[in-house]
Design a protein around this ligand. Structure first.
Ligand code: AMP
Length: 198
């Protein structure tokens, strides 16, 4: 019997929309592997990876790491994570693609990893609510990219570079918009049936 490729979906939304938390819940409850490109970069900076070190300053300012760095790093990092994973149900791409250039890398990456792309979940939350949430998270997690100034910059970068991906996915009939307001469980209960249908 030929093994079916496992499903992979992208989750995106403005900074602070709760996608990381939802991805962790989906991992815990549905057996999906949560792959966060932000976590991959932070880990690579921590082990002094030369590619990641070049991008560190950009990350701290709330800018995107250049697409060419993503191209050089992501496939190897993802392959390594998949090789060490324990038969996941599927894969959550949290934080990729994040720019029009990266959306063009998506199909090749999915094919190279032997996955099956199922769709992009876009979490919708009002920006002012997010700025308040992020300021609170900054205090809790002590993240250098969560000062108010950097938060506003990350929002701007999101609007300019990442939000246009909605059109990209809508054009492929792969965009699913989900209301990100409410409790953790409210949002999870909106996401889970969609994911389970894949
Ligand atoms: P996150 O934890 O997803 O908010 O990512 C933190 C930071 O890592 C971002 O602000 C970017 O500087 C960088 N980053 C993560 N993923 C990407 C990506 N796909 N493309 C470019 N930069 C990224």
């Amino acid at each position: 019997m030929i093994a079916q490729p496992i499903p992979a979906f992208a989750i995106f939304g403005p900074p602070g929309c709760g996608k990381g938390t939802q991805a962790a819940l989906i991992e815990e409850r549905l057996g999906y592997l949560h792959v966060s490109t932000g976590d991959i970069f932070r880990a690579a900076v921590a082990r002094q990876d030369p590619n990641a070190l070049k991008a560190k300053e950009l990350m701290e300012r709330g800018e995107l790491v250049p697409d060419r760095v993503i191209r050089d790093m992501l496939q190897g990092e993802l392959q390594n994570i998949l090789d060490h994973a324990d038969s996941p149900t599927g894969v959550i791409l949290d934080g990729f693609p994040r720019s029009p250039g990266q959306s063009e890398m998506l199909d090749d990456l999915i094919a190279a990893l032997g996955l099956r792309f199922t769709g992009a979940l876009s979490l919708k939350v009002d920006e002012e609510i997010l700025i308040d949430r992020l300021a609170k998270r900054a205090k809790l997690e002590n993240r250098p990219d969560d000062t108010e100034e950097v938060i506003r910059e990350r929002m701007r970068v999101y609007r300019e570079k990442t939000q246009p991906l909605e059109d990209f996915f809508a054009g492929r009939d792969q965009l699913i918009e989900v209301d990100g307001l409410g409790t953790l469980e409210d949002v999870y209960n909106r996401l889970a049936p969609i994911i389970q249908s894949w």
